[in-house]
Design a protein around this ligand. Sequence first.
Ligand SMILES: *Cc1c(COP(=O)(O)O)cnc(C)c1O
Length: 389
Amino acid sequence: MAPTYESIDSKLIHAGEPRPRIRGSVIMPIFQSANFEDAGGDDYASVRYIRLNNTPNHQVLHAKLAILEGAEAALVTASGMAAISTTLLTLLQVGDHILMQDGLYGGTHELARSDLPGFGIQVDFIDANDPGSWESLLRPTTRAIYVETMTNPLLQVGDLAAVPAFARAHGLVSLIDNTFASPVNFRPAEHGFDLSLHSCTKYLNGHSDIVAGCVIGRADLVKRIRHRLNHLGGSLDPHTCFLLQRGLKTLAVRIRHQGASAQALAEMLHDHPVVSRVNYPGLASHPHHQRARALFDGFSGMLSFDLEGGATAVDALLANLTLPVNAPSLGAVESLITLPARTSHIGLPAAERARIGIGDGLVRVSVGLEGSDDLMADFRHALTAAAAA
Ligand SMILES: *Cc1c(COP(=O)(O)O)cnc(C)c1O
């Protein structure tokens, strides 16, 4: 009998899984085979080969990911950037134009700024918070509009509801990088987005041990993107598919714990005398709190804050924290800390960094699965040291 379920927790475990189970195996086996015997089909699509994204491990993940966001189709890729670049190079060709949110994830921003123009694709950056300013940037060649659910590292939430409406009114494809929210906190298809993109390296896998990506959304577009991915070659290996599928099953439990810990940590930081500002959409003081409440089921495990004492205080904080790892990336079981001014935004002049709110005292935290009380105690202790520095 077909299983019945409603919650994302059940979808994470059961959606897309083979029924009956393969040889009774409770877990989807890994089909670590580059190629498959000819099954007698009469077209190229019947050829099964890892790069063509059609092994059994791909098929299960595609079905599961689509169901998680209530979308028609999905495609896994060899990294988040493979998903983003392959998608953009499917939707855009020479002469085309795209509107992209200002302050995107660094890899995407650089792709847009330094790679796309070489393919004859023009980009204009928009203020995602100000839909009234978008129309004046439209050109006859504009094909798409691209935003992120929450920005890095300031966790701003643009006017996401306006994006699909604007896209429909002007015949554009709407895209959103949903990495920071995950399907647990936000499901773009339910709000009319055509395509959602993820770095599965982050929350979806959640264990800091693979790199992967995906595109989720309209079947006609995913079909075209898959065709291009077959040629560009950024396909996910079956063993990594298996690891991603394993990581996915605990996504909702992880996100709920991380969200609750992040909320508690954000509130503690907000009330702490050495912290001048906390960026977390779950705080009532966040400029986009009401918007985030209306759109999201939870506010993610990501936050950032500013220390009064700048670089000196940050150094003291880092030297005294014992649980979070000072490492890039996010969405993992272990809490991770990064200093945007010294990592993701190091390429910008200090004055420009200060202008966009990324000062030397800014600390970004990806809250992990440690006990909330342990994490809070660790931060309290390190903040006392930062205050004395
Ligand atoms: C990490 C990240 C990416 C890129 O993903 P990779 O898996 O590293 O290629 C894209 N967008 C966001 C928001 C990210 O955090």
